[in-house]
Design a protein around this ligand. Structure first.
Ligand code: UDP
Ligand code: MG
Length: 319
């Protein structure tokens, strides 16, 4: 019988672990799906890992690992994918904002032969106005950049074993899971779900962490900002040509003393362009630097007994 792995990145979610484990186990038993739950505690500083151990003791189908520190949600997702043994893997938040009721539908679609089932949000849940505007703008830009419609996409997905292996074999460390499944292709279908309210705890995202996330993801998928530097350069050159002609004419007609304002403005504008461009280039160099160092994406410090022993060092092989 086919096995379904459910990967649950968890960061400081001590109140949610037991509830989520129960809800998912109950659902899978009821639907007669053979399952395993993989909780990845992303360096949680509260009792999350203790709760995971407790859940694993009560049910051997619950597995868990603890990171040595907080590595971010992307890292926890990939650690979960690495550990998952299933023929299909579902990734979902462990705060039950991704409704488990969608799982049977995803499972059914997988059984029909779909290799990627994308969870699409019908409503974005309760979010602030500013947050909504930024998220909207971000996804519009991202959709353009990667030439795929990313609007309302989320990290709630089912992936076939094939797709999981493709993602695990990618050498890059700075990943954007949400877009990578679009990039990977495969036979894809989407299901809609409604984002639920968070029952306990609070969202881990601040405005600035979201901004960082947006920039990092946009630049990890596109080199368009680099090309914009070239465009800026061309505009400056056209501009300077026009001004050069004007300056020469003035010089030749003997009225060249004035124009100090122009000089100041030009220095300011061009200086601005140059620094901006250097910043953009610097950003990409920083990304190259990060990748070239080849550090592991995460470090696992503890695993529950039922997780295969060599997984602790598995980042050495796969990152
Ligand atoms: N998460 C994580 N590492 C982090 C931040 C978040 O593993 O550094 C997990 C978190 O425990 C949750 C999921 O990612 O299961 C989504 O996080 P959150 O609910 O804070 O985000 P939101 O639902 O507000 O987008
Ligand atoms: Mg959440």
């Amino acid at each position: 019988m086919a096995l379904l792995s459910i990967v649950l990145p968890s960061y400081n979610e001590e109140q949610n672990i037991a509830r989520t484990a129960q809800a998912l186990s109950g659902l899978c038993v009821q639907e007669q799906i053979e399952y395993e739950l993989i909780f990845v505690s992303d360096g949680s500083r509260d009792g999350t890992y203790r709760e995971i151990l407790k859940a694993a003791e009560a049910d051997p189908r619950v597995k868990g690992v603890q990171f040595s520190r907080n590595f971010g949600k992307e890292a926890s997702i990939f650690a979960g994918l690495q550990i998952a043994a299933g023929d299909a893997v579902i990734v979902m938040d462990c705060d039950l904002q991704h409704p488990p009721q969608t799982i049977p539908r995803m499972w059914e679609l997988w059984n029909q032969g779909y290799e990627v089932v994308e969870g699409i949000k019908t409503s974005r849940g309760r979010e602030g106005f500013v947050h909504k505007c930024f998220a909207g703008a971000f996804y519009r830009i991202m959709s353009r950049l990667i030439k795929m419609d990313m609007n309302a996409s989320s990290d709630y997905k089912l992936l076939d074993r094939k797709v999981v292996d493709v993602l695990l074999d990618l050498p890059e460390k700075n990943t954007f899971f949400r877009a990578l499944t679009f990039w990977a292709g495969f036979k894809t279908v989407s299901v809609e779900y409604q984002v639920q309210e968070r029952a306990y705890g609070e969202s881990k995202w601040s405005f600035f962490s979201l901004m960082r996330y947006a920039v990092a993801n946009a630049t990890s998928f596109s080199t368009l900002p680099l090309q914009l530097v070239t465009v800026l350069g061309m505009i400056s050159i056209l501009f300077s040509l026009a001004l050069a002609v004007q300056t020469l004419v003035k010089y030749l007609t003997g009225t060249a003393v004035e124009g100090f304002t122009t000089v100041i403005l030009l220095i300011l504008i061009i200086g601005g362009f140059i620094m901006l461009s250097l910043g953009v280039i610097g950003h990409y160099i920083a990304r190259i630097y990060e990748e070239v160092k080849g550090r592991p994406r995460y470090i696992i410090s503890q695993v529950t007994d039922n997780v295969h022993g060599n997984v602790i060092g598995s980042w050495k092989r796969r990152g």
